[in-house]
Ligand binder design. Structure first.
Ligand code: ZN
Length: 330
């Protein structure tokens, strides 16, 4: 790949907030209790309607409106808190450490990517519980799953394997040894366009079609693009590779252009998407790899390419060239 001289182009990683103080959790709990109390007042109000004169109904209405506003406000606060948690730096004793290379390394204090309202473990991979990664990778995937669910509700991110809790060699993978790799199933949809999932990874044809148990399932362009767009634009974890078959890369880029995605986003996606030249062509899943988290260097080690969004100074100070324009801040 062509290289270009180092430039002062990287802005520092956003300062990550500390783990939530107990007072924050107490505040949230109090907000919840407050909402319940307001709801109780509303219940009393309903009783009053039956027993007191009509003149009080205006007051009751005001109560009900305030309850609705309070509940909406509480939901907004809870949502903000939930999003905030996806960017938290764990306390030191819980912080993971990625050591050496993805194909020759291990993981210390791996964080488990748990199932949630937006994340699902593919059944085929439940047995060995290899859902551990660096906390940066785990939170990145949670953010990506959340972004997809918010833009296109109705589907979960289907997760295959990351690493074992302490990393090292796991059967079926050459890499996946130090918590920086994750396999995720393609988002799928059925013939009617509804979200669908399978208990295993499905092979997609060049036209984005597959089958499971006699049922036709299709590559979901909009959700897969939404996930990819979040992965390559995340401020905290920087993606180096997304291994996926060339035919599916083409689908994703075509879709992105069709919906008017920004050029810089498409340029980043094109840069990271690679079909491995040997072995698994990745027609059944995405394999995502992030660069070493800054905290884990120099124990954690990267190899080229160092794209302009790499959050450090590459060896020799040279970044890989990327075709097309990039985000103005890069
Ligand atoms: Zn993989």
């Amino acid at each position: 790949m062509l290289a270009q001289p180092a430039r002062q182009i990287m802005r520092p990683l956003r300062a990550e907030p500390a783990w939530p103080a107990r007072s924050t959790r107490v505040r949230l709990a109090l907000a919840h209790i407050g909402a319940d109390r307001r709801a109780l007042h509303g219940g009393f109000c309903f009783a009053s309607i039956r027993s007191v004169a009509r003149s009080s109904s205006l007051l009751c209405s005001a109560f009900l409106v305030s309850v609705v506003i309070a509940l909406a406000s509480y939901r907004g606060q809870a949502r903000a808190a939930q999003l905030e948690e996806l960017h938290l730096r764990p306390p030191y004793e819980l912080r993971s450490m990625s050591v050496r290379y993805p194909w020759r390394g291990h993981l210390v204090r791996g964080m488990r990517l748990a199932e949630s309202s937006h994340v699902h473990h593919v059944e085929e991979y439940l047995e060995h519980d290899r859902f551990f990664g660096t906390w940066q990778l785990v939170q990145l995937m949670q953010r990506a799953a959340t972004a997809v669910a918010e833009q296109h509700p109705g589907a979960k991110l289907s997760v295959g394997e990351l690493s074992a809790e302490n990393g090292g060699l796991i059967i079926g993978h050459h890499s996946h040894r130090n918590g920086r790799d994750i396999d995720v199933a393609f988002y799928l949809k059925d013939d009617d366009g509804n979200p669908a999932a399978a208990p295993t990874f499905l092979r997609m044809s060049a036209h984005g079609n597959g089958h499971y148990a006699g049922r036709a399932l299709h590559f979901d362009d909009e959700r897969n693009w939404a996930m990819l767009a979040k992965l390559v634009s995340d401020d905290d974890a920087r993606v180096q590779f997304v291994f996926v078959a060339r035919t599916l890369q083409w689908r994703l880029v075509s879709y992105a252009k069709r919906i008017g995605a920004p050029d810089w986003l498409i340029a980043r996606a094109r840069a990271v998407m690679i079909e491995p030249s040997s072995g698994n062509r990745h027609q059944t899943h995405f394999h995502v790899r992030i660069y070493c988290p800054a905290d884990d260097r120099p124990s954690c080690q990267d190899k080229p390419p160092y794209f302009p969004w790499y959050d450090g100074i590459p060896p020799g100070g040279f970044y890989a060239a990327v075709a097309g324009s990039l985000a103005p801040e890069l």
